[in-house]
Design a protein around this ligand. Structure first.
Ligand SMILES: [Mg+2]
Length: 189
């Protein structure tokens, strides 16, 4: 398959590859008096992968019909975020994936077909030209559901996906779903 015909897939980190909620709880226990305990070094590099995240990322990355990138919006006030995110990627996915790490507060400026993200807006997700795979939503609650979706969407002969739970997704013009009511700026620091 020619490079131009491959599916370009972007993958977010916090709440998607990484278990941010668990890490934040541990950080809060260490720094109970800080309003923003996530501002202290060690949070981001210490995050655990969410179940199935590493295995499914590798499967997508190794798929002959894809080009896969990590696309994350940093906490711009927190310089540890930039370096620790990069180190997390090397630690869990290897140096070759660091080559495909993109850090930007403007996710919409990256061209591609799919964005796997737990946030539907806040960092340009709502203006991304491709389809949002809304991680944590009813349709995509976990990595097993994401893999099942891409096994259909990346069908090697290019035929349309078979009927299944994603009929509504493939037939919908409006693929960006509602947010969870959380403001990304609020949980970002
Ligand atoms: Mg996220």
């Amino acid at each position: 398959m020619a490079q131009r015909d491959k599916a370009i897939i972007y993958v977010d980190m916090d709440h998607v590859l990484c278990d941010y909620q668990d890490g934040f709880s541990r950080q809060k226990a260490m720094f109970p008096d800080l309003e923003f305990p996530q501002s202290q070094p060690g949070l981001y590099i210490g995050l655990n992968p969410l179940p199935g995240a590493i295995e499914t990322y590798r499967w997508l990355n190794d798929h002959p019909n894809t080009n896969v990138y990590i696309l994350l919006a940093p906490s711009v006030r927190n310089s540890h975020c930039y370096s620790e995110k990069r180190d997390w990627v090397e630690k869990h996915l290897g140096i070759s994936v660091v080559q495909n790490l993109i850090i930007t507060p403007h996710k919409n400026l990256n061209k591609g077909h799919y964005l796997i993200d737990d946030m539907a807006s806040g960092k340009g997700q709502d203006r991304f030209e491709g389809s949002l795979i809304h991680f944590g939503s009813d349709l995509f609650p976990d990595w097993a559901s994401v893999r099942a979706f891409f096994e259909e969407a990346l069908h090697p002969d290019g035929s349309p996906p078979k009927a299944g739970p994603w009929d509504a997704f493939f037939n919908s013009e409006l693929r960006v779903t509602e947010d969870f009511g959380l403001n990304q700026e609020d949980r970002d620091w």
